[in-house]
Design a protein around this ligand. Structure first.
Ligand SMILES: [Zn+2]
Length: 190
């Protein structure tokens, strides 16, 4: 199966995960249930999993069939102290807490990516480290992960991240090298 077909196969599951996480939002440094879901999913996908990284962080490691460099892909997991009034069928079930910044989407995308890449691990040249970060909104989430050694063992040669962006329609991506600021918050380690 081509990687594109594998990715397509995981699409519905990624949407289901996104909606589940959206319904159950957790604030920064308190992403206990989200971290549990992430860790369980990564284990089932056949990754090596580290939990409790810098508090609620989770790291999954996927070693490819061939030697190569190591790339990190990072997603944030925390929600905001906002009351949801969207009326969506999968709206937040927690009063005063909402995934209003899209970190539910980021987490689900990275889980789907991990599952799809895991199915192609034999073709993979190198290692992928999937980093699920706590507390992007309140800051400190990247710092606790770095202090916990997430950039080492294995050491990362590169790291990428993404953030949903209202101006970009689904299916399109925009690229930017280096740190990127949105609402004066640093999204990518830097
Ligand atoms: Zn955000």
């Amino acid at each position: 199966m081509s990687f594109r077909d594998t990715a397509e196969k995981w699409k519905d599951e990624a949407i289901r995960l996104r909606r589940h996480i959206h319904q159950n939002p957790e604030l920064g440094h308190q992403e206990f249930e989200t971290a549990k879901l992430v860790a369980q999913f990564l284990l089932e996908a056949g990754l090596e999993v580290q939990t409790g990284v810098g508090g609620t962080g989770v790291v999954g490691l996927l070693k490819g069939g061939r030697d190569g460099r190591t790339i990190g892909i990072r997603a944030d997991m925390d929600a905001l102290p906002i009351e949801e009034r969207t009326g969506l069928p999968y709206a937040s079930t927690r009063e005063g807490v909402m995934h209003a910044c899209g970190h539910d989407v980021h987490t689900a995308i990275l889980l789907g990516t991990a599952a799809a890449l895991s199915e192609h691990r034999d073709e993979l040249q190198g290692t992928v480290k999937f980093i699920f970060q706590p507390a992007e909104e309140v800051r400190g989430g990247a710092t606790v992960l770095i202090k916990a050694g997430v950039l080492q063992s294995p050491e990362l040669d590169a790291i990428i991240a993404l953030h949903v962006w209202p101006d970009l329609p689904a299916g399109k991506i925009g690229l930017r090298k280096g740190p990127c600021w949105l609402r004066q918050m640093l999204l990518i380690f830097g």
